[in-house]
Write a protein that binds this ligand. Structure first.
Ligand SMILES: [Zn+2]
Length: 396
């Protein structure tokens, strides 16, 4: 479906004809996604132990995304963005990535109308949740279509609930539908032959990896903290040896980074591992899966990225897209649970992707100690593994 621009106010950075107004990035959003409420409890578990007066909102709550919307609408980056309305996905569209049985299970769970229906650990379906999940999937598809139709080179799907843990036949880690995976399928079905997904959420993008584990048309790369499997919904380890199967062998690249990897460590991992792998793969389109839970202040992660780190990763992504994919990048929102800092880090990421030269926004939380030496050692070991075991990367 064609998107409708609701507030195109931007001027593209760099020279342009006098009076010409061109949006630099198209943001896709629908406020119906705020209706998903995963409840309260001890952090994400939905439990009331009975001895706490104040229970947390579930970490994946609407407020985190309200701040992302407002910083993009009213922060200094606002003039570089245009806003477009998202829409719900149709059930048939979901079958490009998910099994019919799994979708039917979710439809049944929604129509049963249960409150706090625990689909898997820490993942709750409430009235309004399924509609929000359909909006997240459809909004991401609209953002991808916007690029495929040539309306913009950079589009950002600002969506929740997140999607990158959702596997073809199961929910996991706050995720029901794999928004990025569905968008990749749309790109493939529209004739793109090679799509690369780079996921910097602090958790392993296991659902996306699983969905494309047997194909060499999609290169999935995930940088994440070393958290391993976390139960029946998340059997994947996220370690270096999960590299794909069959034709997909070598086309899932995991980059598990030591806890505390910060700006310099992530930049090193991007330049030493991601850039050369993308260079070899030569994607026709890039999908940048972002989570601000890799930040120094996130309650759900143990990495130490700051706004500078996110800005730099955004710049590197833009450089790769300019070189290989005619500048085309779909950005898809995943985690990020610090209510304030996630919004700031998102702002910095988009500054990087838009190649804005000077930081537009200062870091409000300032200095955090960063020790990159363990990350660099880990990256060097991963590179050695890839050269030995991934055929298309033997000479990186
Ligand atoms: Zn995450």
């Amino acid at each position: 479906m064609a998107s409708s621009s609701v507030a195109a106010t931007a001027a593209e950075p760099g020279p342009h004809a006098a009076g010409e107004k061109v949006a630099a990035a198209a943001v896709f959003w629908h406020e119906g996604m705020l209706a998903h409420d995963a409840g309260r409890g001890v952090f994400g578990r939905g439990l009331d132990p009975g001895f706490l007066d104040v229970l947390d909102h579930h970490p994946e709550n609407a407020d985190r995304v309200r701040n992302m919307v407002s910083i993009l609408r009213r922060g200094p980056i606002a003039r570089f963005l245009s806003w477009h309305s998202g829409r719900p996905a149709h059930a048939a569209e979901l079958l490009s990535f998910h099994s019919a049985e799994y979708i039917e299970e979710l439809v049944q769970a929604d129509s049963a109308g249960a409150n706090n229906n625990k689909i898997c650990e820490c993942t709750f379906l409430n009235p309004g949740s399924w509609d929000a999940a359909l909006l997240a999937a459809g909004t991401t598809l609209s953002a991808m279509k916007h690029i495929l139709d040539g309306h913009a080179k950079i589009a950002y799907a600002l969506v929740r609930p997140p999607g990158h843990h959702a596997q073809p036949d199961r929910a996991d880690g706050y995720c029901f539908l794999n928004n990025a995976g569905l968008a990749v399928k749309l790109a493939l079905d529209s004739g793109r032959r090679r799509v690369a997904v780079v996921d910097i959420d602090v958790h392993y993008g296991n659902g996306t990896a699983e969905g494309f584990y047997h194909t060499d048309s999609v290169l999935t790369i995930s940088l994440h903290m070393k958290h391993g499997s976390w139960g029946p919904s998340h059997p994947q380890s996220g370690l270096v040896d999960e590299t794909g199967e069959g034709r997909g062998l070598g086309y899932n690249l995991n980059i598990p980074l030591p806890n505390g990897s910060g700006d310099a460590g992530y930049e090193y991992a991007m330049n030493e591992l991601v850039v050369p792998a993308i260079e070899k793969f030569r994607p026709e389109l890039m999908v940048f899966v972002v989570g601000q839970d890799s930040s120094a202040f996130d309650p759900n992660g143990r990495q130490c990225l700051t706004m500078d780190g996110y800005r730099k990763i955004g710049q590197i992504m833009r450089g790769m897209a300019d070189q290989h994919s005619n500048g085309q990048i779909l950005i898809v929102q995943e985690g990020g649970y610090h209510i304030t800092y996630s919004a700031y880090c998102l702002h910095a990421t988009l500054e990087g992707v838009l190649n804005l030269q000077a930081p537009l926004l200062d870091d409000p939380l300032g200095f955090y100690p960063d020790d990159e030496k363990y990350t660099m050692q880990a990256v060097d070991i991963i590179k050695k593994c890839w050269k030995e075991s991934i055929p298309f990367l033997k000479d990186i």
